[in-house]
Ligand binder design. Structure first.
Ligand code: FAD
Length: 310
């Protein structure tokens, strides 16, 4: 039988981590965290191999070794779109905390780990308009680019000029037009490349108007979404010409509970984690119930927007 991976070396993940610690100095290996601590859903098991990435050169070395030893990894931003299993996670998790931020004229240049709140704050301070729709989305710019995050008629694709990313071999740059942005999708949906840096191109505006729009959007979110409870935002993508929450409400599923997981009564596109008691399987059961009921009643297949890590 031909060995398709003949250039790759086989090694267990625990031995790989030992090797990594030897070969790459200054690795920030974190051993006491779980997905409960690192996702907004506050669900998920202990993470055995978590590395926080604060420097690009360290990330490049890790990715090169992952390639060489055929080690799978998962990129984590702020964990605001993720539902993770309660089991101990044994794959390598790379948490992107690249927090570089710079303003040049009407551009904001930021590391992929910068939080959208911080970017909005910078935009307000510099009277830059174009990002107000994102005020209150609790993710990093890296996650927002990968998911093409959007709300209130805006999307990240409207303000991205270019993105720097890596496959562990080289650093590449892609302009907006080559990033295949679509509804909650981008070029990064189809690969495991790591976004390093994003250049946002905004417009000069009136500071007070930008600020007011941000706070209005934030108030809107707080009024209509279960902001006080852990969740991963909208569970489903918008089906064509329909709204998932409306379909779910018409199926009379609002408020349905499975253990600590609940289809939010405030916004039934969200599943919330009540009293931090929700388990992974309970959320999956609600997702499955919603999908089956909506399919039966409306003949519509709902697709998950959230990323499920089994
Ligand atoms: C209360 C609430 C409200 C929300 N409202 C909205 C909304 O209005 N609109 C909307 O679009 N979303 C919304 N979300 C979902 C979520 O906040 C966004 O999708 C956000 O952009 C995800 O960013 P993150 O850093 O948390 O990514 P994560 O959840 O950590 O990851 C999401 C995906 O991006 C990948 N990723 C993260 N960083 C990188 C990187 N540097 N390079 C490559 N891949 C990366 C991950 O591997 C994963 O596949 C909401 C979530 C919550 C909890």
């Amino acid at each position: 039988m031909k060995n398709l991976n003949k250039n790759k070396k086989n090694i267990s993940i625990s031995n790989f981590i030992k090797l990594l610690l030897k070969k790459v100095p200054n690795i920030n290996l974190i051993t006491n965290k779980s997905f409960k601590d690192l996702t907004t859903f506050k669900i998920g098991g202990k993470i055995k191999y978590l590395i926080e990435i604060k420097e690009i050169n360290i990330l490049l070395k890790i990715l090169q070794l992952c390639k060489e030893y055929n080690i799978k990894y998962f990129i984590l931003g702020q964990g605001s779109n993720i539902l993770a299993s309660d089991k101990v996670c044994k794959i390598l998790i790379l948490k992107i905390s690249l927090d570089y931020l710079k303003v040049r004229d009407n551009k904001i240049i930021c590391g992929a780990g910068v939080n959208l709140f911080k970017i909005n704050d910078t935009a307000i301070k510099n009277s830059l308009t174009g990002l107000e729709w994102s005020f209150g989305i609790p993710g990093t710019i890296g996650g927002a680019v990968k998911m093409n995050a959007g709300s209130f008629g805006g999307e990240i694709k409207d303000v991205v000029e270019c993105v720097y990313y890596t496959d562990g071999v080289k650093i590449y740059k892609k302009q907006n037009s080559s990033l295949s942005f679509d509804y909650r999708k981008s070029f990064f949906t189809f690969n495991n490349f790591v976004i390093l840096k994003v250049v946002l191109s905004l417009k000069k505006g009136k500071q007070i108007l930008i600020k007011n729009k941000c706070f209005l959007n934030y108030e809107n979110r707080r009024k209509t979404q279960p902001y006080n409870l852990p969740s991963a935002g909208s569970v489903f993508k918008r089906p064509q010409n329909e709204f998932a929450p409306v379909l779910i409400e018409r199926c009379k599923l609002k408020g349905l509970r499975c253990g600590g997981a609940e289809i939010s009564s405030k916004h039934c596109g969200f599943i919330v984690n009540f009293n931090n008691q929700a388990k992974f399987q309970q959320v999956l059961k609600l997702i499955s119930k919603i999908k089956k009921t909506v399919l039966k009643k409306f003949d519509i297949i709902l697709q998950e927007e959230i990323i499920i890590l089994r």
